[in-house]
Design a protein around this ligand. Sequence first.
Ligand code: ATP
Ligand code: MG
Length: 164
Amino acid sequence: MALQQTLVLIKPDGVARGLTGEITKRFERIGLKIVALKLVRVNMDHAKQHYTEDITERHGEKVRDNLLNFITEGPVVAMILEGVDAIANVRKIVGSTESKSASPGTIRGDFSHVSYSHADEKEIPVKNVIHASADETDAKNETALWFSIDEICDYKRTDECHVF
Ligand code: ATP
Ligand code: MG
């Protein structure tokens, strides 16, 4: 059983729009377990450790700068979710990066709609509500960046016998 932990951030747009409960519910109802959760105001140093130079390599300096300003402008909800193939399962529920292309039924498809070209014209990141770790390496680094070991809780959900 490939039990994994992955990091989810409800970005400042999602928190400000009051979507925390709606989003969290979608993960809980498929049986993913919340093993850590907090509301955080992100400082620039922490933001730079999350959105590393890798973003510059993939999307350019401008997109990274816009992302850093965006993620520090209001509180974010950070959580670690645990489950079988949690990384891929969470990305499936989150949907495509560009809101315009994200399918209905996904979090990004249901709660955002704009295109890269619109975001780039306004010099903002695509406000796609949520971040989720992309792969095992990111999940390992990001869970460690956002949570200390003693903030992660080991417990049983009462429905585990039906889920696993
Ligand atoms: P995230 O890392 O936020 O979960 P992702 O893994 O789907 O999203 P990345 O390629 O890591 O996508 O991009 C990080 C974030 O940068 C995206 O969520 C989006 O907000 C923003 N972004 C990426 N490309 C662009 C672009 N061309 N224009 C505007 N914003 C962009
Ligand atoms: Mg990413």
